[in-house]
Design a protein around this ligand. Structure first.
Ligand code: ATP
Ligand code: MG
Length: 343
């Protein structure tokens, strides 16, 4: 049994596990928006089922789900061009997730570095969901037969696992082309925005201290204060990017500047070589405010009308289901499940 060639299709998601950060904006949202109108179908999800792999207060989860949706929309995601929805409204994600739990191997899951980082020393106390999360992510992608997955660097391993799961399913069930092997798309100067207080850790929305991240909803004074207090070294900015290889905090701020201004880090250094932090940090803060303020104003406006956000998510979920349902049914048939309802 051979399946038809797969048409290019983009899928990606963000967890409503807290407020959106500059890392989410530069590493994900800004790039998602840029893929619109390029001839590929684009599907973007608020992955609420992933958020509850760690405890979420129910009211906070609802609010964060709307805020992630508002972040996408305020950044230019157009629900007429892209499908935007929250994961739990399309039950096929959980259904395919279960099937893929039975395809993924424990040895593969044990290699996932994100679980090790998130679980820390307390792995025994973590939820089973946190451990299984990458196979649900594989389901999110494969449910749409997505071929391209724009993500930050930290998600590369999970997209590679998705390829392994897809290949094993295709092989075990003798359906060589059924699931495409999706490509991680990791591009640009900000695929791994680092924590402002520790340049060896990535910036995360669920990180401990608010000072280590820029939130998309931070006001101008807060952004300026956070960059001012960001950890750096005493050296001025060098002439070449190579000279930043051992200076993670400095390199991070240069990368952020480049991503915000749509240039390359080398071009930023061409303008700022020799400058000290007293000059560079305020320029960076001003740039960040100029890009984020219009988005956060729009997000705040949208958050005043939650019914409209919910309406967009519901309509997106209906469209997502139209794609997902036949693929899920085909998967059940391949696996040998009887589907006799409503015949
Ligand atoms: P959490 O701390 O709850 O895991 P997060 O900030 O890591 O939150 P996710 O929802 O896990 O956000 O990831 C959403 C998308 O944002 C993914 O594509 C991920 O690769 C990207 N992303 C997250 N953090 C960064 C970062 N610091 N730099 C670049 N991309 C990032
Ligand atoms: Mg994350």
């Amino acid at each position: 049994m051979t399946e038809v060639a797969h048409t290019p299709r983009v899928f990606s998601g963000i967890k409503p596990s807290g407020g959106l950060t500059l890392g989410n904006y530069l590493g994900a949202i800004k790039r998602f928006v840029a893929t619109q109108g390029q001839g590929m179908e684009t599907i973007y999800c608020v992955v609420d089922l992933h958020a509850i792999t760690v405890w979420q207060d129910p009211a906070d989860l609802t609010n964060a789900t709307r805020e992630v949706a508002a972040g996408y929309l305020a950044s230019g995601l157009d629900p007429a061009q892209s499908i935007l929805f929250n994961q739990s409204q399309v039950s096929a994600h959980a259904e395919l997730g279960w099937i893929l739990n039975c395809v993924a191997r424990l040895g593969w899951m044990n290699r996932m570095t994100q679980f090790k980082e998130k679980a820390g020393k307390n792995a025994e106390k973590q939820s089973l969901g946190l451990y299984a999360y990458p196979s649900l992510m594989a389901a999110d992608i494969l449910l749409y037969h997505a071929t391209h997955v724009p993500v930050g660097e930290d998600q590369k391993q999970h997209v590679e696992l998705t390829r392994d799961i897809a290949a094993k399913f295709n092989h075990d069930y003798k359906v060589p082309e059924f699931f495409p092997l999706p490509e991680p798309v990791i591009e640009g100067p900000a695929t791994r925005v680092m924590n402002l207080r520790d340049g060896t850790k990535k910036m995360s929305k669920s990180g401990e201290s608010d000072m280590e991240r820029i939130n998309m909803t931070d006001d101008a004074d807060t952004i300026a204060k956070k960059f001012k207090k960001a950890r750096t070294d005493p050296e001025p900015l060098p002439e070449t990017y190579d000279e930043l290889s051992e200076r993670p905090e400095a390199r991070n701020l240069v990368d952020i500047f480049a991503a915000l201004s749509d240039t390359k880090p080398e071009e930023v250094l061409a303008d700022y070589a020799g400058a000290g932090w007293g000059q560079f940090k305020p320029a960076l803060a001003e740039l960040a405010v100029s890009k984020l303020a219009p988005i956060s104003v729009e997000m705040a406006r949208m958050m005043n009308d939650p019914a409209e956000i919910d309406n967009i998510l519901g309509k997106g979920a209906d469209r997502a289901m139209e794609i997902a349902t036949p693929i899920l049914h085909r998967t059940y048939d391949i696996v040998g499940m009887i589907r006799s309802r409503g015949r």
